[in-house]
Ligand binder design. Sequence first.
Ligand code: SF4
Ligand code: SF4
Length: 81
Amino acid sequence: MALKILDSCINCDMCDPECPNEAITLGAKVYEINVDKCTECIGHYEKPTCVSVCPIDCVKPDAENVESEDDLLTKFINLHG
Ligand code: SF4
Ligand code: SF4
């Protein structure tokens, strides 16, 4: 599934430059993840890099956007060819 940034985000800008899919942008209040671009870092890293770099652990699974590993891999291929 795609990941979601909680409202507790402190806009520290650590995650945005680390996302290999450019899925993270600053929203109206806090950073947001584009579900069409987030692959949970499948194809790039072993685990979500935004989760690894977030200092306050506010990036969580998005229960409203559940996807299988195959779905995420297909998304990766569609994004990067
Ligand atoms: S899990 Fe990976 S692809 Fe998804 S938003 Fe975080 S860094 Fe980007
Ligand atoms: S690393 Fe965490 S606190 Fe910092 S901008 Fe990203 S989600 Fe927000």
